[in-house]
Design a protein around this ligand. Structure first.
Ligand code: 5RP
Length: 236
């Protein structure tokens, strides 16, 4: 593959990362946890990207042998570009995994999925015995849903049924995620649609209630998962 092609070179996030120094510090903490032979699940987002760059440096410097299980095509391409070998959940169970988040509440419950990879992210976190969530402190909230809606991945033909069922669960505002803001709906890697759902309040059962709606593939609510949260102070 030609990694200098115009298509591929836009993958690098350069210049668009908020609180880069803080994110770099949590990225470095993750990289220091890597041991020879680890199989590592890799989430998505800019903090994950910074971590991949730092992992690639350790691989180059120490000849470390590790394998990465990616959560999206974008992360697969980034790993390949950086020389980080890939594997899949068919071949390996992860020893541990790292990922970012959009919101983290005081109980370490999360909203994720701004990047649309929530189904594979949840699959990986559920498959892994140890999970690190890496965030800057702008992601800490008192209450889930304060800053971000809950992304819900939906089988396309089910979208009207799911909309109705979400309203019955108390959804206040439901927005179909559009590509580039206007060019038709975002289609996920699993060929589904994404709804961004605003709730006034999110109770502890909401993840299961949403998942129980026929046509819902997954939601970006991660309530009471076994995770460790690493937080970087915001420099700004
Ligand atoms: C995408 C996610 C990301 O992890 C989340 O959006 C955090 O991104 P960033 O590290 O860029 O702030 O859940 O599905």
């Amino acid at each position: 593959m030609d990694w200098n092609s115009d298509i591929i070179k836009n993958l690098s996030w350069a210049g668009t990362i908020s609180n880069r120094a803080g994110k770099q510090r949590v990225a470095d903490q993750i990289v220091s946890k890597i041991k020879e032979g680890d199989v590592i699940g890799v989430g998505s987002g800019s903090t994950v990207y910074l971590t991949l760059f730092a992992i690639a440096e350790r691989i180059k410097a120490e000849g470390l042998n590790i394998l990465a299980i990616p959560t999206s095509i974008e992360i697969s391409m980034a790993c390949s570009k950086l020389g980080i070998p890939l594997t899949s959940l068919y071949e390996h169970k992860p020893n541990w995994c790292f990922d970012g988040a959009d919101e983290v509440d005081p109980d370490k419950s999360l909203i994720k999925g701004r990047g649309g990879a929530l189904f594979k992210e949840k699959l990986l976190i559920s498959s892994s015995p140890l999970n690190y969530i890496i965030v800057d402190d702008s992601k800490l909230v008192d209450k889930l849903g304060s800053k971000f809606p809950v992304p819900v991945e939906v089988f396309p033909q089910a979208v009207l049924h799911v909309e109705e069922a979400l309203k019955a669960l108390g959804a206040k505002d439901i927005v179909l995620r559009l590509a580039g803001g206007k060019d038709g709906p975002v289609i996920t890697e699993n060929n589904n649609l994404l709804l961004d759902v605003h709730f006034d309040s999110i109770d502890k059962d909401m993840e299961h209630k949403i998942k129980a709606i026929t046509g819902v593939i997954e939601s970006g609510l991660f309530i009471n998962y076994s995770i460790e949260v690493l937080v970087a102070a915001n420099d700004a």
